[in-house]
Ligand binder design. Structure first.
Ligand code: EPZ
Length: 434
């Protein structure tokens, strides 16, 4: 198993380009099941989760041809509708194929995703939404077995609100199913995340008629078929936020290219309050080089960090996927900070590990109070989820002495060659086999 060895204390300096978004790419790839024609996706990151989705699509009769950072997905063998447990258990986003399979073939059998380190992750809202479109669904030996009576779903009003807000992948599933349904679908309390908006952009390029994505009400006029399309994936806002915080925690000076400022407003607001300076640099990039309003941004941080209050919320609120990273940053702030987790109330696996590095954190229910300390001290640490691991890497970059972050396969699910990016910025970090 690989680990990172980090000798902390080096300010990061240099330039990095943000990759295409993992969480946008996964439902976009699944949406290719809605057509036989080739779907080309540009700027897909090279990550373990993307490779798992590639395996899943291959098992569903799709041919996936990589060309540099682009993937072209074409139907090789239509009619395969079984998403096997062996693949879905490696990646919860495997559930994204349910809506497209049901819409395209009238039936699907998809393994229920398993447990997850960040808390219970039910799929009841996905199923409720698909049932509202007429699907008959039952569970059989760990599989979701779904059927559209007469082979086609029907447009309907669908409400996707749950106890912790809407559902991102649930919205993607229902939206992808509705595009081929007969009649009009209105999805209320839809997730407003930019990844849902990006999916709607691809679906419309394929000939779908989707309006309102990015807002809580999405309207879909069903069409009979979809066609081939090409699409550039939005930049990864979570990777971008992670590298801003890596620069900040090391008092660095870093320029980030392909930076999705407009999708990170809540996180940037908290970072400015902490004292981090972000300024746009350079002229706009040539047309086509900076999709979706991405910019180049310079991050500079003062020595003293102010403590702030952070509450994770659905978009456009502060993203849960940056909670562990900002906690690492706040361990070095000058006073008491509070983080409240409102999406996954138990997503605090990093707390015990940060304590091992000398942080002062008290968890009470879904909140954590962080009292800033003068320094963190390197230690062997381990986390069992992707973003918690990213928080620990950030802590290691700032800590005195050596930090060993174990089980970096979690990081490899969401950050493309993180150690190379950080080395390029001057960090003392290497990947070792332990
Ligand atoms: C997506 O997961 C992301 N994954 C997660 O990123 C992210 O943390 C999450 O959205 C929230 O932003 C991908 O895009 C692949 P949800 P998703 O359904 O869609 C509850 C990462 O680190 N809920 O929006 O599965 C749920 O328990 C990953 O990159 C139900 O109650 O999350 C949670 O409290 C981790 N019933 C809330 O909704 C349901 O049927 C939001 O979850 C579905 C969800």
């Amino acid at each position: 198993m690989d680990a990172f060895l980090i000798n902390g204390g080096k300010p990061l300096r240099g330039e990095v380009r943000i990759h295409g978004s993992k969480n946008a790419s996964l439902p976009l790839m699944a949406a290719a099941l809605l057509t036989d024609g080739p779907v080309t996706l540009r700027d897909v990151p090279d990550l373990a989760d993307i490779r798992n989705m590639t395996r899943l699509l291959d098992s569903l009769g799709q041919s996936i041809e990589p060309q540099g950072e682009a993937l072209t997905i074409t139907t090789r063998d239509a009619g395969k509708t079984l998403a096997h447990y062996d693949i879905v258990r490696t990646m919860r986003a495997g559930i994204c194929v349910l809506g497209p399979l049901l819409a395209a073939h009238g039936s699907a059998k998809v393994s229920m995703p398993g447990g997850c380190a960040i808390g219970d992750r039910p799929v009841d809202l996905h199923l409720r939404g698909l049932r509202a479109l007429g699907a008959e669904i039952h569970l059989d030996a760990g599989y979701i077995v779904a059927e559209a009576p007469g082979g086609r779903l029907r447009g309907a009003h669908v409400f996707l609100g749950g106890p912790n807000g809407s559902t991102v992948l649930g919205t993607a599933n229902v939206l992808s199913a509705a595009v081929l349904a007969a009649g009009t679908t209105v999805i209320e309390s839809a997730a407003c995340e930019p990844e849902v908006e990006d999916l709607a952009r691809l679906l419309n390029a394929m000939g779908a008629r989707v309006a309102g994505a990015g807002s809580p009400v999405i309207t879909v006029e069903g069409v009979d078929r979809l066609r081939a399309a090409e699409h550039t994936v939005i930049p990864d806002r979570i990777e971008a936020g992670t590298y801003v915080m890596a620069a900040a925690i090391t008092n660095g000076d870093v320029v980030l290219h392909n930076f999705p400022t407009s999708t990170l407003t809540a996180a940037l607001d908290r970072l400015r309050e902490i004292g981090v300076t972000l300024e746009a640099v350079g002229a706009s990039e040539p047309a086509g080089a900076a999709p979706h309003g991405a910019q180049s941004v310079r991050v500079v941080t003062p020595r003293r960090l102010h403590p702030v209050q952070v509450v994770t919320q659905p978009h456009p609120g502060f993203p849960t996927d940056l909670q562990a990273q900002i906690m690492a940053l706040l361990t070095l702030a000058d006073g008491n900070a509070i983080i409240t987790e409102k999406i996954f109330p138990d997503r605090f696996l990093h707390v015990a590990e940060l304590l091992r590095m000398g942080a002062d954190i008290t968890r009470v229910g879904s909140s954590a109070m962080i009292t800033g300390v003068r320094e963190l001290v390197g230690a062997p640490v381990m986390a069992s989820d992707l973003r918690a691991s990213a928080g620990l890497v950030l802590a290691g970059l700032a800590a005195r002495g050596q930090t060993q972050v174990n089980r970096v396969y979690h990081l490899d699910r969401g950050y493309e060659r993180m150690e190379l990016t950080l080395q390029q910025l001057g960090a003392d970090i290497e990947r070792v086999e332990v």
